[in-house]
Design a protein around this ligand. Structure first.
Ligand code: SDX
Length: 435
């Protein structure tokens, strides 16, 4: 097929049948135009083919915009650098959910409502006892978040705007409680109940690291860094886990089940599991002396080793979140007086990789996961909790995208087609006649 582009349409020429088809070109507010192919199959009998959706828009959205070439990330139009510097996670949650920054009154009410939904049904605490103590906390998150739909029946009707809002607030509010309980369970320590006098990030640090035997003073610098890390991870267009949430939600599944599906998808090392994989990789590299050999492994097509925390489907420039994360990493290590050789190693690894022809040619830069693990380790989280924190922060993005999909009048159940290359139709062969 050849194609010409004019004005607001693109003409496809099927060289086989000599038929032509005019397809509309649709423009967004910023970013590439899209070719509306909704009538392609009915008019031509052809599907499109795009494994991994490298050039396919799955939906219209007003929430987040990424310019991968320029290294730009906007939440409802606001640059991530400005939100990380001047805003806070509760305000960012409101922005992602409602599209505008809240007034002081709106923010106060939102924070109050989230705070007063932070406890979980007491019977849910029994769920944890069903897991081995050494269960990966992400396995616990998938299980417990999915189980929320068994306790909060009064907010599972996706067609009721009020129930959608209640489910959204419950999920945002309860994720830190569920996450900290997963950590406590792995440590054999008692669960800590959230304190309404604390902020979202302070509460998470308190319920994670506090113990009943003594008061726990939250370090304000660490709390600010935690809050900023949540903001940096809050949303990111139609990434794998967000697309999972949208696809699950398109069938009408309840929001708790959809978020559990998103958590499962995020767990993969190519996605949110990369922050854990980065620390494991840095420990495997061990010292700056070994960096060169690992860079060569990453470049070797026959070696499955990838430089974890590097590269991105969309960013072909620095991930702006990595820049903020590196700065925050430096601040936290300095404030805590924590000299972490892994940070020095990471900085050296980044320097060497960014000078290497392979990484330059393939436009591979550090992404959001490259430095986050070093900060989290300095704060005291075990590596296994890193992706749990990513899921905690991304819950608001998943919810905002799920809500946008449900409220989109053009949305329908997601059902991709395929290029079939399997056997053509053939008759059944009884077992006695098989070779
Ligand atoms: C997240 O989508 C999102 O928005 C995700 C995320 C979010 O906020 O939701 O940003 C969070 O998932 C960040 C990414 C975390 N993953 C990692 O750090 C794992 C390491 N990175 C790679 O696995 C990889 O870069 C991906 C998975 C992130 C992207 O995979 P793509 O889209 O297949 O990468 P690509 O097509 O741009 O790769 C181009 C080339 C390929 O080589 P060729 O086939 O052209 O020869 O670069 C190579 C890749 O093999 N390459 C790498 C590499 N990443 C890509 N080579 C070595 N090390 C790497 N890290």
């Amino acid at each position: 097929m050849s194609e010409t582009v004019n004005g607001n349409s693109i003409t496809l020429q099927d060289n086989g049948s000599q038929k032509t088809l005019e397809l509309p070109l649709i423009s967004g507010t910023i970013g590439p135009q899209v070719i509306d192919i909704r009538k392609l199959y009915s008019e031509t009998g052809h599907f499109t083919y795009d494994p991994g959706f490298t050039a396919t828009g799955s939906c219209e959205s007003k929430i987040t915009y990424i310019d991968g070439d320029e290294g730009i990330l906007l939440y409802r139009g606001y640059p991530i650098e400005e939100l990380a510097e001047h805003s806070d996670f509760m305000e960012v949650c409101y922005l992602l959910l409602y599209g505008e920054l809240p007034t002081a009154e709106q923010k106060g009410k939102f924070e109050h409502d989230i705070t007063y939904h932070s406890m979980i049904h007491e019977q849910l605490t029994q769920f944890y006892r069903g897991f081995r103590r050494d269960a990966h906390p992400m396995a616990i998150m998938v299980g417990v978040v999915g189980a929320l739909s068994a306790f909060y029946h009064d907010s599972t009707d996706i067609n009721d705007p009020h129930q959608r809002m209640v489910a959204s607030y419950r999920l945002i509010a309860k994720m830190p409680t569920i996450a900290s309980m997963a950590y406590k369970y792995s440590q054999g320590q008692p669960f800590m109940y959230p304190q309404n006098r604390l902020s979202y990030a302070e509460n998470f640090l308190y319920t994670t690291f506090g113990v009943p035997c003594e008061p726990y003073e939250v370090n304000p610098v660490v709390a600010r860094a935690m809050d900023r890390i949540f903001t940096l991870h809050a949303d990111h267009e139609q990434n794998a886990s967000t697309s999972t949430v949208r696809l699950a939600g398109s069938s009408g599944a309840n929001p708790f089940a959809c978020i559990a599906a998103g958590i499962a998808s995020l767990w993969g090392p190519a996605h949110g599991g990369a922050n854990e994989a980065v620390l494991n990789m840095l420990e495997q590299i061990g010292s700056v002396d070994n960096v060169a050999q690992f860079i060569e492994k990453a470049k070797d097509k026959d070696d499955p080793f990838r430089l974890m925390g590097f590269g991105h489907r969309v960013y072909k420039n620095r991930d702006p979140r990595a820049t903020v994360m590196q700065k925050t990493c430096h601040e936290v290590l300095e404030i805590l007086g924590a000299k972490d050789p892994m940070f020095d190693l990471a900085m050296e690894l980044e320097r060497i990789a960014l000078e290497d022809e392979y990484f330059i040619e393939k436009k591979l830069y550090p992404n959001v996961d490259f430095y986050s693990g070093i900060i989290l380790r300095a704060i005291g989280f075990p590596t296994s909790m890193f992706t749990v924190l990513f899921a905690l922060a991304r819950t608001v993005g998943w919810i905002a995208q799920w809500k946008e999909m449900i409220e989109d009048p053009s949305q329908k159940i997601g059902r991709p087609r395929q290029l079939y290359t399997g056997p053509t139709q053939r008759p059944y062969v009884p077992v006695e006649q098989r070779a």
